[in-house]
Design a protein around this ligand. Structure first.
Ligand code: AMP
Length: 423
């Protein structure tokens, strides 16, 4: 299957070629034709599946089918995302895929000045990519007009609900015309997502990529048991001995991210932290230096890392396991993207055994445990309660549903044999 059979016109095919893509990913193959047809879509897709192009390309195609007369402030399409990073990334995709089309897009999120955003919309914009909070502020100032909206896309809708954006979304919805095309992308299908989908979508086409997807299978996962106090030493050793050049490391808290960054620097490993307390400028700069291989390690919290897209990111380290099993899947999805192979390493201390158990139950697979002789945990150290970093990132309410993770769609059904190798 090639892109030419999906109903995309020449300017888009040319842009796809410029991106270097030969074949559509499964989600693209399924979503692109139905979106072009004008249908509402409910898509189960994780990051790394190529979902962004899966909605961006047909959106651009749809826009080219009509040339309406628009007033300033009126927009034709809106993409809502949970985080600034994801918004910026989707905007970049639209720019890349739309570079041979005349459509103008702009990205809107909080944490930066509102005036340039207001004036961008006033100048006339076709597509807005936004986080819900700031967009609502702009709508409240009558800075944007949704009356001619043709297409609404909710990306990572599950995450938006987790972050407490449901009320903002509902308020925005009231400002939009009922007749429009709506696409909803979500990695998981909690009852809350189903309720949202049934209130927003009309007779949607359900697009699902095989659960046992290519991407997840490309990621090799491993657990190293280690005492908490020795994690940073083990991490530095792994980075140095294995010669990792680009590694994304997850911590549970912002404070933990800062501390680890500093410690890695002390070990002579270049690192930067990215989390919700950092200014947008600092986050963008850290990400750019990481992508340019100027720093070896990017230390991130879950929410900040959401939406980070780095081609061929080879290593992801869970310096601390996430409290929510789904976050494990999101974290390791940062590597092994679009068919590349990747490695996800978890450093697990005695306090985290229950978290590991929950993760394995959620992914329906046992993660191979590899013992590193010099870091074998001290059996006399007893488990202590875990410092909880959740809820500190955003004003959003923690969602009850996340604690019932196993009801959510499982991401793969693999059952690799347990592997208690020594190394
Ligand atoms: P996404 O799931 O949208 O975050 O995309 C994951 C990654 O896959 C991004 O780095 C895209 O640039 C890349 N990608 C998307 N579609 C394709 C394709 N058809 N062929 C190769 N890479 C792709």
């Amino acid at each position: 299957m090639s892109f030419t059979h999906l109903g995309l016109s020449e300017p888009l095919l040319k842009a796809i070629k410029a991106q270097g893509y030969d074949t559509p990913t499964p989600i693209q193959e399924k979503a692109i034709p139905v979106v072009i047809e004008g249908r509402d879509v409910l898509a189960a897709a994780q990051t790394g599946t190529g979902k962004t192009a899966g909605f961006t390309l047909p959106l651009l195609e749809r826009l080219s089918q009509k040339q309406p007369h628009m007033h300033a402030k009126q927009i034709r399409a809106l993409v809502l995302t949970p985080t600034r990073e994801l918004a910026a990334q989707v905007a970049q995709s639209i720019e890349n895929y739309g570079k041979y089309t005349p459509y103008r897009s702009t990205v809107i999120f909080g944490g930066v000045g509102i005036n340039p955003q207001l004036s961008a919309i006033r100048k006339g914009i076709d597509i807005v990519i936004a986080t819900p909070g700031r967009l609502l502020d702009i709508a409240g100032q009558k800075g944007i007009d949704f009356s001619k909206l043709e297409c609404l896309i909710l990306d990572e809708a599950d995450r938006m609900l987790d972050m407490g954006f449901i009320h903002d979304i509902k308020k925005l919805m009231k400002l939009m015309p009922p007749k429009k095309q709506t696409l909803l992308f979500s990695a998981t299908f909690s009852p809350e997502i189903k309720t949202l989908a049934s209130s927003l979508l009309h007779n949607p086409v359900l697009v699902e990529v095989a659960r046992e997807n290519e991407t997840a299978n490309q990621i090799s996962q491993v657990v190293h048991y280690v005492d908490k106090a020795r994690k940073r030493e083990l991490l530095s050793q792994l980075i140095k001995t294995k010669g990792w050049k680009q590694v994304l490391v997850f911590t549970r808290t912002k404070h933990g991210a800062n501390k680890l960054t500093q410690q890695l620097e002390e070990y002579g490993i270049t690192a930067a932290a990215i989390h919700g307390n950092k200014s947008q400028g600092a986050r963008t700069k850290a990400l750019a230096s990481f992508k340019a291989n100027e720093i070896r390690v990017l230390v991130a919290t879950d929410i900040a890392a959401r939406g980070i897209d780095i081609d061929q990111l080879p290593h992801v380290v869970n310096y601390e396991l996430p409290n929510v099993p789904e976050d494990y899947v999101h974290r390791i999805g940062r590597t092994g993207r679009a068919g590349q192979s990747g490695e996800a390493i978890s450093l697990v201390c005695v306090d985290e055994h229950k978290l590991l158990f929950d993760i394995e139950k959620f992914i329906k697979a046992e993660i191979p445990k590899v013992e590193i002789e010099a870091f074998r945990p001290d059996p006399n150290i007893k488990a202590e309660p875990i410092e909880n970093g959740r809820g500190q990132n955003r004003g959003g309410k923690p969602n009850k549903a996340r604690n019932n993770a196993p009801h959510a769609q499982s991401h793969n059904n693999r059952k690799p044999a347990t592997n208690k190798n020594k190394s």
